[in-house]
Design a binder for this molecule. Structure first.
Ligand SMILES: [Zn+2]
Length: 88
């Protein structure tokens, strides 16, 4: 999980991107106006943390349990909603 407190210039760029999680290749990305770790830097701040949720066995991204579909083939598999639509 990546949390970004961007400066004004970076915020404008980030807002122009449709899928930031795809761009950053992360499971979860949050843009905040709050200080990260008490830092208020002119350049902005970034916090990278482990996103400890359920892994989709197809795309390998992590999701909250509510966004996972359990599919049964020979055994049960965890698949995200997006991948489930693709493999139907
Ligand atoms: Zn998936």
């Amino acid at each position: 999980m990546v949390t970004i407190k961007p400066n004004a210039e970076a915020l404008e760029i980030l807002n122009s991107v449709e899928d930031l999680e795809l761009l950053f290749i992360v499971s979860k990305l949050v843009i905040t106006e709050s200080d990260i770790n008490g830092l208020d830097l002119d350049s902005g701040s970034i916090l990278v943390e482990k996103y400890d949720h359920v892994e989709c066995e197809r795309c390998r991204k992590y999701f909250e349990e509510k966004d996972i579909v359990k599919i049964s083939l020979e055994e049960e598999h965890n698949i995200c909603v997006t991948c489930n639509e693709i493999i139907k």
